[in-house]
Design a protein around this ligand. Structure first.
Ligand code: PBG
Length: 330
């Protein structure tokens, strides 16, 4: 006599209503942070060739994107400047200019949208240095930690004064979260959050981003003396622990998909808000697969986004944010 299984896991999968009812995690537009690249000029849309479908926008276009995000239910933007070559220098001091491109974009968004949307700003010197490194370098090209931290503190105060809601240090210097938190408190910015790029890896997935901010051609060498080694997981937990102790409100794991294990372990270990950055190379990989006829964009985008939620993330920075939000509200 044949014995049939009493427990059939396929039973709850048999119909769409039942699958919907049993779904454990959902991704919604409120889970998305939309990274945007700002450029000089007026009425400028400058497509980024290695990020098909993504453009640099002048400040007016950034404001239009911010309004679009509000309408789509996206709660936060992440801003990155493409600094003109003549404003880049060895020490990246344009980062401290209260009238730099970044500050003008922050103010314009806040004037247009107020608290309808959050503005997260990247803290690191690479969009401003003539050598493309995230900090100050010595004669050998080594990125100096403590001197860089002083610059990052100035950059953070500059962005906070312009109206940034979340300061997001992406530089991986030691001790910068504590130094920035102390300076923000001292300046009265008690409700300006810090989302630390706590576990940021020296990754091959950042190439298109470096095109977007114009630092790819400038960068000599690599960032391995400050960004993490892809083989390390325990070290990521130490990074997160330190940044939390120094006052980070939330932490980020970056890149996204190749480091889902890290996001999951960080969430399980610390129980704090964790965000993942699905970086430029991941976006480009999906778009290349779509262009090659090897993938269905919409399905792939939604599947990758839900994977971050399943791993325990509170949200995801993704260049597909607006497209994904449109799909989710269908
Ligand atoms: C700058 C920074 C980088 C990214 C975010 N902030 C590049 C880098 O570290 O070289 C990468 C984001 C992406 O690839 O989408 N410190």
């Amino acid at each position: 006599m044949t014995t049939y299984p009493m427990t059939r896991l396929r039973r709850t999968r048999a119909t769409a209503w039942s699958r919907a009812m049993h779904r454990e995690v959902l991704v919604t537009p409120a889970d998305l942070i939309w990274p945007l690249f700002v450029t000089e000029g007026d009425g400028v849309e400058d497509p980024i060739l290695s990020l098909p479908g993504v453009s640099r926008w002048s400040v007016d276009g950034i404001v239009a994107r911010a309004k679009e995000a509000v309408a789509l239910g996206i709660p936060c933007l992440a801003l990155f400047p493409n600094t003109q070559p003549d404003r880049r220098s060895e020490d990246g001091k344009e980062a401290l200019n209260p009238d730099n491109l970044m500050c003008r974009a922050i103010k314009a968004i806040k004037d247009a949208c107020g608290d309808d949307i959050g503005v997260l700003t990247d803290v690191a010197l690479d969009p401003y240095t003539s050598h493309g490194q995230d900090g100050l370098i010595d004669e050998q090209g080594y990125v100096l930690n403590d001197q860089t931290v002083e610059m990052l503190v100035g950059q953070s105060l500059n962005q906070a004064a312009a109206g940034a809601d979340i300061i997001a240090p992406s530089d991986m210097m030691d001790g910068r979260i504590g130094a920035i938190r102390e300076a923000l408190e001292g300046a009265g910015h008690i409700n300006v959050q810090i989302m630390s790029y706590a576990a940021k890896y020296a990754s091959a997935f950042y190439g298109p981003f470096r095109d977007a901010v114009g630092s790819r051609g400038l960068l000599k060498g690599n960032k391995k003396t400050y960004q993490m080694d892809p083989g390390n997981a325990e070290e990521a937990l130490r990074e997160v622990e330190m940044d939390l102790a120094e006052g980070a409100d939330s932490v980020m794991v970056k890149p996204g998909l190749p480091y889902l294990d890290i996001a999951c372990r960080v969430k399980e270990t610390f129980g704090v808000p964790v965000f993942a950055y699905q970086v430029s190379g991941e976006y480009a990989m999906i778009e290349a697969a779509v262009a090659a006829g090897a993938a269905d964009r919409d399905a792939m985008v939604l599947e990758t986004l839900v994977s971050f939620k399943r791993a325990g993330c509170s949200g995801v920075l993704t260049y597909h944010a607006a497209h994904a939000a449109r799909l989710m509200s269908k």
